[in-house]
Design a binder for this molecule. Structure first.
Ligand code: PRE
Length: 94
């Protein structure tokens, strides 16, 4: 396999990752509405811990660096909370 072929494969994987991040972010509005209706706070420390534990264990199973994966998901959860705050603004709930 050539350098260019491998770079093209990386580009396609990156595109897929961004698509999945956009999908994760896309449901933040619905999550914000459900939490608003249930009078629940956007930040949920216990759920954060559950998600981070789950992805840590998945990473261990897949033999990739679990600490790095946990860092990535900390950013993704922060992005989700930020989006949920944006969506919670007056008239912004879906
Ligand atoms: O599950 C929730 O309650 C969410 O809002 C989703 C999510 C996440 O991105 O996984 C985001 C914020 C919470 O603090 C915990 C988890």
């Amino acid at each position: 396999m050539s350098l260019e072929t491998v770079r093209e494969e990386i580009r396609q994987i990156d595109e897929a990752i961004i698509g999945l991040i956009a999908r994760r972010q896309g449901i933040a509005g619905t999550m914000a509405r459900l939490k608003h209706e249930a009078k629940l706070p956007i930040h949920d420390e216990e759920q954060r811990a559950r998600v981070l534990d789950r992805v840590f264990n998945d990473a261990v199973e897949m033999r990739i660096d679990p600490v790095a994966v946990k860092k990535i998901f900390t950013i993704l959860i922060d992005m989700s909370e930020e989006k949920q705050h944006e969506c919670s603004g007056e008239g912004n709930l879906p």
